[in-house]
Each structure stands twice: as structure tokens, then as C-alpha cells.
Design a binder for this molecule. Structure first.
Ligand SMILES: *Cc1c(COP(=O)(O)O)cnc(C)c1O
Length: 405
């Protein structure tokens, strides 16, 4: 290997370097061509020098790539970089955020096991836990995310895992990760945190005692609304090997092309999360003073009931802001009267998105469950992007005026 080809891999002992450095330089393995930007290894299989060499790779006597369902250099590179950013031992990349969660529970749990999970989770995660896992003998109790007593009371002798995402969508409620990690440790449970909303740029659950982090890389890790993917970060060698074994046989693997895009996304993650947070804070502050707005949900506001926890647990407050208007007709009217904002349920994009949770992301749950969760018919969620904040506010200002007129 030439000097330039080997140089990139000097940064792999990911202990001392800063977050931004790791996000840009960790996990680079240059090919003999010495490319500066990471290569995309678009290959399904890898060739061997001889039949003997092939046998040694397959038996595990020799390290090396075999087939991209098992491992691939572009995917490896993304995995090493994200593991470093989350402060974990290893990362396993997956085809989507949902397959990351599926692989986590199917690898680490078995028939008869019980999960305690936050009630406020991504809709498909709730469906997976509530509808699909019981078919394989795994049950789940759902609890209120910010009520430690409920978490405690739900633990049974069969419980193996606590699962949550924080802050929640769309009401930005927080879980106290450190406290739940203590609860998990005292019962020898695994605490898994879906870190999609904050990303490691704003929150590192493993540092706070969580055992597993899952990601939908589709959101902020990509950051530009292009690719679907996911990842699991663990801090335990056994979990890592078990997950690799699951991925090898079950196969929800990440494509090298998507891994490459996420790797490039990570280069700017810190910068983007800072700007998403800055724009979201400005929008939240503006909404809080608007006479037509009944309530604003954003952890960065001092009025947020868990503002102190957010300050302690997160580096910044993230890009998601929700606010409540009079009722559903007014909310729909505001959404329809925006001119720039994109009407889509996705988030973590440079483009600001606007959505009506009660009839989209949370439309399939009963009206009572929605009311119970505090998701009013007048609620709007904005995933604040990276456009000029003045333009984001102007678009909403015009739309709210128009709808209230
Ligand atoms: C989008 C999302 C998921 C699912 O990720 P996909 O990449 O769409 O499969 C899981 N958790 C959270 C919090 C999400 O926002």
C-alpha cells in the first residue's frame, strides 16, 4: 500500500480527537488509488486469490470481505465513524431505521421476553412492538416517557429491555436517560435509545449509561432527505458479534451507496445540528409571542417543563418545534397557506417541513389515545430546516394571518 493509501487509516484509534474531526476523518480506508473523498465500493461480492484463500475467508481463519450482505468497505467506514461519534465499541449499519430496531430486538431478545417502552414513539416502532413482536412471543408494556414510577412499575421478571426515543415526536417530551440507565442496571436490563432526533452531535446516550443506540440515518445523519438507512451502536463485544451474526443471516443490510452518502452527511452533522437548533429556537421564540398560537413545544424554551433536563442531557435543543392553534380547520389552513415550507412528514432535512400529526403520523391511533398523549387537533409540527430563518418565519407569519383572517 502506498503512503497516501495508508495515511487515511491512521485516525482509527478514535479516542482523543474532537467530535468534528472524527465526523470528517474517522473510518477512512483509502484504496491504492489514493482518492481524497471516500470511494463507493459498489460490489456485491469480493474475489479471492485462490480456492484456498476463499476457504480461509469463509471459515473465518482469514479476515477480509466476502459478500456485501455480510460486510462492505463503504458500509464499514460509515459504521466506524458513527461508532466513534456515539462513543460506542461498534456500529452495525442497516437498511432502514426500522430494520435497526427490528435487528436490535430480534438479536438481543427471545421468546418469552418483555420490553418496557415509551408510549410516545415513532408509529412503526409502536406497530412493531405491539403487533409483530407478540407473534414471536415478545410482549411490550407502554409507559409515559417522563414518569419514572411507571417505568419501574412495568418491570416484570420477564423484562429484558427498556426502549425509548427522546425528545419525543411531536411534543418534545424528554426521558431522563441517566435515571433510566440506573433502573436498567439495577434489574440487569438493556436500555436502548433511538437517538434519531438529537444525533450524537446533541446527545450521547451511551455516555449517560444506555447500552444500545439505534438510528434512522434517513433523518439528520443524511440531512438532505435523500436515502433510507439505519444503524445500531453498542458498547459490548458480545452484542456486536450477535448483531453481525443476525445481519449475516437475516440480511437487512445497508447498501454501499447509501453508506457513502451517510458518511458524507456525518462530515457536516455538527454544523447542521447547530444551525437546525438555532433556527428552531428562533422560530419557537417567535411562535411563543404570537397571539393565535395557544402553546409551543420546544425543549429550548424556558417554559418547557423539562428545560433543565434538556440543558443537562443535550448539547442543544434540536430542530423540531410543535405548536398548537385553535383547531383542525385552522391548522390545515395554515399548512395549506404556507408557500415555501414542504408539506411532508419527514424530518432531518435541510428543507423545513410542516405536518399535521393528528391526521398523518398519529392518524391511526384512536382519538382518545391522541387526546391522552396531548396531541391536539390544532397541533402543527415543524421540522426546522436550514433556510434563512427570516424566510421560515415570514412564511408561517403570512400563513397564520391568512388562516385567522
Ligand atoms: C424515521 C424514524 C424511524 C424509522 O426510520 P426509517 O429509516 O424510516 O426506517 C425510527 N425512529 C424515529 C424516531 C424516526 O423518526
Amino acid at each position: 500500500m502506498s503512503k497516501s493509501a495508508s495515511k487515511g487509516s491512521r485516525n482509527n484509534g478514535h479516542s482523543q480527537q474532537g467530535f468534528e474531526t472524527l465526523a470528517i476523518r474517522e473510518g477512512i480506508e483509502r484504496s491504492p488509488f489514493g482518492e481524497h473523498s471516500e470511494a463507493i465500493f459498489a460490489t456485491s461480492s469480493f474475489v479471492f486469490d485462490s480456492a484456498k484463500d476463499a476457504a480461509a475467508r469463509f471459515s473465518g481463519d482469514e479476515d477480509g470481505y466476502i459478500y456485501s450482505r455480510f460486510s462492505n468497505p463503504s458500509v464499514d467506514s460509515f459504521e466506524r465513524r458513527l461508532a466513534a461519534l456515539e462513543g460506542g465499541v461498534a456500529c452495525v449499519a442497516t437498511a432502514s431505521g426500522m430494520s435497526a430496531i427490528m435487528a436490535t430486538v430480534m438479536t438481543l431478545l427471545q421468546q418469552g421476553d418483555h420490553i418496557v417502552a415509551s408510549r410516545s414513539m415513532f408509529g412503526s416502532t409502536v406497530t412493531l412492538f405491539e403487533k409483530l413482536l407478540p407473534r414471536f412471543g415478545i410482549s411490550t408494556s407502554f409507559v409515559k416517557i417522563d414518569n419514572l414510577q411507571e417505568w419501574q412499575d412495568a418491570v416484570t421478571p420477564a423484562t429484558r429491555m427498556l426502549f425509548l426515543e427522546t425528545p419525543t415526536n411531536p411534543l418534545t417530551q424528554l426521558a431522563d436517560i441517566e435515571q433510566l440507565a440506573k433502573l436498567a442496571d439495577s434489574h440487569k436490563l438493556l436500555l436502548a435509545v433511538d437517538n434519531c432526533f438529537c444525533t450524537p452531535a446533541l446527545q450521547r446516550p451511551l455516555d449517560l449509561g444506555a447500552h444500545i443506540v439505534t438510528h434512522s440515518a434517513t433523518k439528520y445523519l443524511d440531512g438532505q432527505g435523500r436515502f433510507v438507512g439505519g444503524a445500531i451502536v453498542v458498547n459490548d463485544e458480545v452484542h456486536k458479534n450477535d448483531l453481525i451474526g443476525f445481519m449475516r443471516s437475516a440480511g437487512p443490510s445497508l447498501s454501499p451507496f447509501n453508506a457513502w452518502a451517510f458518511n458524507k452527511g456525518l462530515e457536516t452533522l455538527s454544523l447542521r445540528m447547530r444551525q437546525h437548533s438555532e433556527n428552531a429556537a428562533a422560530l419557537a421564540n417567535w411562535l411563543a409571542t404570537h397571539k393565535s398560537v395557544k402553546k409551543v413545544y420546544y425543549p429550548g424554551l424556558e417554559s418547557h417543563p423539562q428545560h433543565d433536563l434538556a440543558k443537562r442531557q443535550q448539547q442543544n435543543f434540536g430542530g423540531v418545534v410543535s405548536f398548537e392553534l385553535a383547531d383542525k380547520p385552522v391548522a390545515w389552513n395554515v399548512i395549506d397557506n404556507t408557500q415555501m415550507l414542504s408539506i411532508t412528514a419527514n424530518l432531518g432535512d435541510a428543507k423545513t417541513t410542516i405536518t399535521h400529526p393528528a391526521t398523518t403520523t398519529h392518524g391511526r391511533i384512536s382519538a382518545e389515545a391522541r387526546a391522552d398523549a396531548g396531541i391536539a387537533d390544532g397541533l402543527i409540527r415543524v421540522a426546522v430546516g436550514l433556510e434563512s430563518i427570516d424566510d421560515i418565519i415570514a412564511d408561517l407569519d403570512r400563513a397564520i394571518d391568512h388562516a385567522s383572517a
